[in-house]
Design a protein around this ligand. Sequence first.
Ligand SMILES: NC(=O)c1ccc[n+]([C@@H]2O[C@H](COP(=O)([O-])OP(=O)(O)OC[C@H]3O[C@@H](n4cnc5c(N)ncnc54)[C@H](O)[C@@H]3O)[C@@H](O)[C@H]2O)c1
Length: 268
Amino acid sequence: MRLIIVGCGSIGSKLAQAADGMEEVTRIYLIDAVRPLAEELAAKLNKASVVDSVEDELYHADLVIEAASQEAAKEVAMVTVNRGVDIMIMSVGALVDDEYREAFFEKAKQTAAKIYVPSGAIAGTDALRAAHIDELESVELITTKGPKSLAHVKYCEDNNIDVNKYDSPTVIYNGTAREAVKDFPKNINVAATVSLLGVGFDRTHVKIILDPAATVNSHELRIRGKFGEMVCHTYNLPSPDNPKTSYLASLSAISALKRIIRKQWIGI
Ligand SMILES: NC(=O)c1ccc[n+]([C@@H]2O[C@H](COP(=O)([O-])OP(=O)(O)OC[C@H]3O[C@@H](n4cnc5c(N)ncnc54)[C@H](O)[C@@H]3O)[C@@H](O)[C@H]2O)c1
């Protein structure tokens, strides 16, 4: 399998390193807006080289993996499925735009390209996916983060929230997943994943708590419906190289790639 990885940051670099060791992966093309980052990563790998454009490389790629930003995801996703190539998306918040998402899904259907969205930094998505087959009464996500994870977020700056000035856990956002994904584009991709699997962006409720003492990024997923009730709590350690990203997100991307390659769908 030949991969194009877009974004060589925290997730992209761990994924590329893991892919380099998979015998089924024959070639890895790396792209980063900061080219030296891609070059530095390629130098550590056996199967990787740096390229400039996804579009130009699609003719010899089997899977594009986006691990860059919402903007990059939107840009790359449509181009990729348009050519019938499969795509994995980590910046799931890019799919909040209904018109874009529907056009993207429709195009993939036409070209038979597959779309993969790993569970990322949250657990419980398996049950949500199954429960959604029947009626769901409520889906709520309560996310708790420390000041480092929420530093330099535009929503905080616009609302005069000084993340270092709190001395007890405080709710800084309480609303729909749709607004949360737009207001916290780098922090709450899991809200988009949960919305896509369940009751959508407008009916999924999100609460974000800033806890000055938090050492983990935690996600509490609460769902209620015809199946019963589920409360699933994930306590994520941040990635050492990016406090906004939970390490589990990188592991989830690697595990998704393994499932795709091996075509084994346990716990599907
Ligand atoms: N699905 C999830 O659960 C989940 C969890 C954590 C992070 N994420 C998202 O995954 C993405 C990657 O996360 P990360 O922690 O690796 O981020 P990161 O900041 O460590 O790395 C992102 C890299 O992408 C590059 N980049 C940005 N825009 C680009 C573009 N248009 N083209 C090419 N390269 C570009 C940057 O230079 C950077 O090197 C982010 O959007 C993040 O919000 C998703």
